[in-house]
Ligand binder design. Sequence first.
Ligand code: NAP
Length: 255
Amino acid sequence: MAGTAGTPRVAVVTGAAQGIGAGVAARLAADGMTVAALDLDEASAQATADAVIAAGGSALSIGADVADPEAVAAAFERVAAEAGPPTVLVNNAGIIRDNVLQRMSLDDWEQVMAVHLRGSFLTSQAALPHMREAGFGRIVNLSSTSALGNRGQANYSAAKAGLQGFTKTLAIELGRYGVTVNAVAPGFIHTAMTEATAARIGVDFDDLVRQASATIPVGRVGRPEDIAHAVSFLASEGAGFVSGQVLYVAGGPKD
Ligand code: NAP
């Protein structure tokens, strides 16, 4: 059981329809949590929920845009009513709109800020009353090694570095409520997002994986399960003294 009193914790995972979010949803469900798989497209999120249920877990799906305050408020009300108070939140929804500065549109900048920063702000605010009421909460934000700088990603790296500051500040503010806040910063993970990157730069995906693997100390790119394992730890009952940290999960050291 994921809850201290035998009640399963309820986890909201955003961007859970595919990739890392789907991996995190599966893992938290295997850990004993009830998972609310939230994504833009409810039907895609339902596929994640169905997979969790088929594996013996408990899940529901929610269609919502994390950047839309009304949609986020409605989503958390629905989770609380149908599954119980959401006291675990994984802010995983993400997009890339890559381009070098001179070719990056204002819309590309604002969309990336909206999903990562505005989205994480809105979901954290919506979850907080439930966490305070429970005297327990775990927030895990998905940052990235791109926070350290990455050509073509001024918007994304700013958002992912911003999430690190957001994480540390919430950790300071919310510790008194039993809420820990941490970030996981993945390196290269094989998902639709990195496939899109390969397409953008005109490199065959397998070649990109080979090139990336050659630079990664453990000699391979990551899988959603690698990130899910780190999130699982940070979301666990026992991780209550770990807060405000940024855990790079990149197959080697990062600054
Ligand atoms: P992904 O496969 O593209 O999945 C992201 C999911 O988020 C998609 O289902 C997407 O829906 C959803 N989403 C996008 N905007 C949303 C919104 N406004 N509201 C709700 N859901 C939304 O990406 P991923 O590779 O699994 O990445 C997951 C997270 O890890 C992201 O925050 C990403 O920045 C971060 N990350 C990834 C890597 C990597 O190498 N893959 C590395 C570092 C960090 P649509 O498909 O409909 O847009």
